[in-house]
Write a protein that binds this ligand. Sequence first.
Ligand code: ATP
Ligand code: MG
Length: 778
Amino acid sequence: MTSTPDFLSHLNPSQRQAVEHFCGPLLVVAGAGSGKTRALTYRISNLVLTHRINPENILAVTFTNKAAKEMKARIEKLFADRIAQEKHGKPLDLLAPYEQTKLRSHVYKTITKPLWIGTFHSLCARLLRMEIHKYQDEQGRKWERNFSIFDESDVQSLIKDIVVNKLNLDDRKFPPRSVRFAISNAKNQGWSPDELEANQQDFRGRVIAEVYRAYQDGLAANNALDFDDLIRVLVLLLKQNEQTLAYWHQQFHHILVDEYQDTNRTQYDMLSLLATNGADAKTFKSWQNRSVFVVGDADQSIYSFRAADFRILMGFQQDFGDDLPDDDTRTMVKLEENYRSTENILQAANVLIDNNTERIDKVLKPTRGKGEPIYCYRADDELQEADFVVGQIRQLEQQHPEVQWGDFAILYRTNAQSRAFEETLVRWAIPYTVVGGLKFYDRREVKDILAYLRLIVNPADSVSLKRVINTPRRGIGKTTMDRLTQAAQELGVPTWEILSDEATVKTLASRGSRNILGFVDMIRLWQSQVDTLPATEIIQGILDNSGYIRNLQDQDTDEAEDRIGNVKELYNAAQQFAEENGDDSLLSFLANAALASDADDKEDSTTVSMMTLHSAKGLEFPIVFLVGIEQGLFPNFRSLDDPAALEEERRLCYVGITRAQERLFLSHARERRLYGSREPAIPSAFLSELPRDLIETNTPTAIPSQGIEMFSSAPPQKKLPNTNARDWAVGDRLVHKGYGLGEVTHIFGAGNKICLAVKFPNLGKKIIDPNITVLERV
Ligand code: ATP
Ligand code: MG
């Protein structure tokens, strides 16, 4: 085998330097699309091929399981190609199918399978499967190797059990989800229950520490770990057991990490322990036959809400390289050419990110032609936006024989935005995949509300009944429900019939009977409205009165907020369906929803990809649609008065733009349906930061000009002061510019994320967000 394999000719000199760097720490920093992931992949190949490193001695961390799979596939192909060349004098693709399979399976067995490639979580789980019996927590509890990994619903029910049954607390005051969130935060800080308790001043905090303690007991009793524990426990285990640490330190000669800018403290601890055997990374001297190789781009750090910290990337050289000669180039390589995007796209991205103050300037040069202009479309509303995007997809696919569905990606800021696009794609029978998430109608919260609706129109639907009777929790236990279900089965009637018989309920469900009867009354009320009220009103009734939204609001997490967005989007779906079909009945809407959820899942390569911007990190697509670029949506509300958060939103926009290879389409709407009412929307400030000469538009107002002026071309809007829940009360009277005089009948939400239900004498009830609509109090 030659010392410089020819596959390295697919790399530029800086990439090559990174790939060929053999031992010691190395940081590769570079902008998007500059071939960082490629360098990392080639480096693994080169370690095995040129340096004859045993694949078992290589540990590579990727950001998603999908990325791990892709990386393995790429490495496998590289190897198979190389062996094909050496043995048969031609590339793999030109071998007979039988030879190809044989060769691939040989490469799989000897090279890719033994490699340790995966996400932090999957790698830690794998290590714990071998080592966890050596771990002991501060209470002396131990775990077996066949431990379970509890998913979110297991975790919730354990916590709920502790709150209600063990500690006799009210789960409305201590909702399992918010308790879970607090525990998760403590774990991410590396705190034990005692440490959490020591850091709490108030009663609530101390109770949560108490739940945390009992929760760890519960996990141990079940021989289980939760997701947060996987990394934390491994770190503790390695710190506790010198021999074990020494063993794995010895095993992993070469450690590689992709997307290093999104690493958090615990993950960093794990890496540095393994790399240095617990020595101070700064003074660690034994780099002779080992390396730590990390690649990242601080401009793409977008996970600070999960405790990721890009200063870990910035500190890499200091942390790992202090005793090396004071020569930057030995511990850092910069890549400066972008191979992914056309010059126009790249320039737009570079100019945008330059508006961030908290960054290190870097060079990112185009290597491709100028390309087509970027196109920015201003739609009337979100439906027209979806029509535009899907229309473009159809047109491009038809006009260019080489273009396939898999070449397109639709990227959005929040999950709820996917619905309008999904429905339009379904209408045109275009296959699509929601990457890193569920399709709209498969999402848990959407299914929950649909189950309420199904139960309302069809009380015999015991599956839906079971799904919602204790969602949100109403103190109706599983045993009680089992008893009632069994009674129903014995009598051969639907469970609902048993539930609607007060005497039977009182006998069979003594403690929970009041809760059950309350639930039955609530459903009965909606059942009585089915023939007279439109679907939207019934949905709104559920959202207001079932406690579903309140439960989510109490959790006050990003995830809960996303779920609230989806639930409200279901209201929009019903409204849109009624408008388009002139039929506002709940039954018709349910039939439509059942059809929409039935779209097939196909292979990624033959489907349009849809995903949030967060899920798009590291990926690339020939044609990208970046949609909903409006103030308050992207950048999102919470970032508008928080400069650091706004910079993170801008980084997210940079990630979005740099996913595109050939074509980039941007879009936003003049008004957007927000929980029923149409609200004017303002184009995002990010649009005004892009170089105008690179962008074509459908109307001159599609791109606002910079600064204050940008608001003048938009609908008459001022930037509004942040309105808080405290500023409004039920009964307040106000004037809305379009609707006239109205009265507040309900306030949804909490803090500064609220919506008002306002009754207007001639128009009925409208839901209005006071943070984006001017309301004058009278
Ligand atoms: P991101 O920051 O988005 O993760 P990245 O820096 O990891 O991007 P890659 O995904 O590795 O970039 O590469 C971007 C694209 O450029 C890929 O299609 C890759 O195959 C191609 N590429 C990388 N290096 C080269 C090169 N030296 N010559 C030609 N193409 C290259
Ligand atoms: Mg990458």
